[in-house]
Design a binder for this molecule. Sequence first.
Ligand SMILES: [Zn+2]
Length: 97
Amino acid sequence: MSESATSGVREMTVASAFAGMRSVSPVVFRAGCPDCRGRFELTASDLRLAIGATSRTTFYSFTCPECGASVRKPAGERIVELLTGGGVSTLRLHSAL
Ligand SMILES: [Zn+2]
């Protein structure tokens, strides 16, 4: 009954297979806080993008990891492309009809 020990080897193989799939590097966005003037890097999950009808109502927001302030900044076309391409969750505000 000592041969049952081999069952654990397959689990190791599955774990290493998943580890090999992590080839996609996460996108990092550089941001600054106007409150504490801290500079830091944020990942897509830290950012929120709100797209309004005009560029004035299009902005991105995040919470400063250093002082906890909620920062909101206007997002131009380039930034919108960058953020949506990086996997940032996008909120579409009411579009004008
Ligand atoms: Zn701050």
